[in-house]
Design a protein around this ligand. Structure first.
Ligand SMILES: [Zn+2]
Length: 245
């Protein structure tokens, strides 16, 4: 992994702005940090592996501290809490296996973990049952009942539930949950944390700020955008302070 340059992160942001889907945006950000890795290789990472890399990218680009926001489910208070990237990293018990196997009663399954290709393929499917079924068809490579091959539509809900549980355990970073405590009413609950969404929002604000800086400096000094972006953030800041911006 390499720390993305201002230019490469801005380029990823520009492409991502035209691409409203978060899965694609996550991949574009990763490509800025892994420019020599082919896109399909990154897209084939499990969602937990992808999120581990996005957390690493977040730390490299913006530091280890982050502020998360939540709204209390009981009293509606707006909560702000400080976290470190390390708090969000879930250790994996074993390396991600390419194929997972499972036996539940008379059912036997072979399947794999979902990746960005899978999520992208089902993103337009609005009906949740349909989406789940399409995802199962992609992930399950073999399903048998009493030794006979069956289709994923023939799998009972309880077998699918065990499979989902197995996937969560095999890729815990993909289902990161944070414990939240409300200081106003004492309510405690768990909430999901999506690093792709969080990082995209941060990059979006950062990029707008950088463009404002370019605008101010280009207007004052007639420097080109490329020259301004090639400066270190600190040097840009010095000039901006001189301008009183
Ligand atoms: Zn509360």
């Amino acid at each position: 992994m390499q720390t993305p340059t201002t230019q490469s992160l801005l380029a990823a942001w520009e492409l991502g702005r035209a691409e409203p889907h978060l899965i694609e945006r996550g991949l574009l950000l990763l490509l800025a940090a892994y420019p020599s890795t082919p896109r399909p290789t990154l897209a084939q990472l499990s969602i937990g592996e992808r999120d581990s890399l996005l957390l690493g990218l977040r730390e490299q680009a913006f530091g280890s501290g982050l502020t998360a926001l939540a709204e209390c489910l009981q009293c509606g208070a707006r909560l702000e809490f400080q976290l470190r990237v390390a708090d969000l990293c879930v250790p994996r018990e074993s390396p991600a296996l390419e194929t997972l196997t499972l036996r539940v009663g008379d059912y036997e399954l072979e399947f794999r973990l979902p990746n960005s290709f899978d999520l992208s393929a089902v993103r337009e499917t609005k009906d949740l049952d349909d989406k789940k079924q399409r995802l199962l068809e992609r992930l399950v490579s073999r399903a048998r009942h009493c030794g006979l091959e069956i289709g994923t539509r023939e799998l009972p809900e309880e077998v699918i539930a065990v499979m989902e549980d197995r996937m969560e355990k095999a890729d815990p970073q993909a289902v990161l949950q944070l414990s939240v405590h409300c200081e106003c009413c004492g309510h405690e609950w768990k909430t999901g944390f999506d690093i792709a969404s969080f990082l995209w929002t941060e990059v979006d604000s950062w990029a707008i700020r950088i463009l404002r800086e370019v605008h101010s400096l280009a207007r004052a000094y007639s420097w080109s955008e490329a020259d301004i972006l090639a400066m270190s953030p600190w040097r840009r800041q010095c000039y901006l302070e001189m301008l009183g911006a």
